[in-house]
Each structure stands twice: as structure tokens, then as C-alpha cells.
Design a protein around this ligand. Structure first.
Ligand SMILES: [Zn+2]
Length: 149
């Protein structure tokens, strides 16, 4: 039995397991990635330096996904605003959907931040970037609906 770093979250997982205990990613993929690198031995000799870049990549990918989601949301809201409204009901419904979407984004951001905070694998700088992102979402929400999410 050997240990490999999970390609998804970087946690050390047994090659005997079928999926990562941390995130559920299949171990077979991590083994494949490890084989291209220095092999399990190199990983064990220098676990920290080889794991950090994976964590950072994961962080930035999740940040990028969240930003893309928010951009899409704003774009949707903007394009809907351009459509002439004849019924007050339709307008109210749309604003409700937009509010719920932004609320979802805030919740997702908070949940992810709490996860990262408890993980202890992220630097304070990483956490600060994420906290700022969540704060921006909250400010957006407050600006549009005049109350806390
Ligand atoms: Zn994992």
C-alpha cells in the first residue's frame, strides 16, 4: 500500500482506497497523475512543496468558477432589464429569481469559505481574497435589495 496526493484536493490517500476520503475523487486518476510525476517516493520525501501548487490551482479554479457564475448572473439580470416589461407580475417574478440567485451565490461563497477555513491548508492571503469576494457579493445584494442577505 502506498500514499498518493489526491489530484483534486491534495490530501494524502491510500492507493488501496477507491476514492479520496476528502473529496471523493477517484484514486485511480491521482495514481495516474502521480505516475507521470516523480512517483510515490518523491511525494513522500517532499510532501509539502509538491502538494502546495495543487492546492493553489484548486483554489483559483474554484474562484474562477464562482466569478464566472456571478458574471453570468449579472449578464442575465442586465439582459432581462433590457426587455420591455408590460406586466408588473412578470417583473416581480424576475426580481425574485435574481434575488434568489444572488442569495445562492452568497451562501455558496460562505460555505466554501468556512470549508477553506477549517481545512488549514490555505494561507491567510488565500482566505482574505475569498472573504473579499463574499463581501462583494453581500454588498451587491445590499445595494440591490436594501437589506442583509
Ligand atoms: Zn481529494
Amino acid at each position: 500500500m502506498a500514499l498518493v496526493g489526491c489530484y483534486e484536493c491534495g490530501r494524502e490517500i491510500s492507493t488501496a482506497a477507491s476514492a479520496c476520503v476528502g473529496c471523493g475523487a477517484p484514486v485511480a486518476l491521482s495514481k495516474g497523475i502521480k505516475a507521470e510525476g516523480g512517483g510515490p517516493q518523491a511525494e513522500l520525501l517532499h510532501p509539502q512543496p509538491s502538494r502546495r501548487p495543487q492546492f493553489r490551482a484548486f483554489l483559483w479554479v474554484s474562484l474562477a468558477l464562482l466569478s464566472a457564475f456571478v458574471s453570468l448572473l449579472l449578464w442575465q439580470m442586465a439582459s432581462k432589464a433590457g426587455v420591455p416589461q408590460t406586466q408588473a407580475e412578470a417583473k416581480a417574478e424576475q426580481s425574485e429569481v435574481a434575488e434568489r440567485n444572488l442569495l445562492d451565490a452568497v451562501e455558496h461563497c460562505d460555505k466554501r469559505y468556512a470549508q477553506m477555513n477549517s481545512d488549514r491548508q490555505y494561507t491567510t492571503a488565500d482566505l482574505r481574497v475569498y472573504a473579499q469576494l463574499c463581501k462583494n457579493l453581500r454588498d451587491d445584494y445590499k445595494a440591490k435589495w436594501g437589506r442583509e442577505p
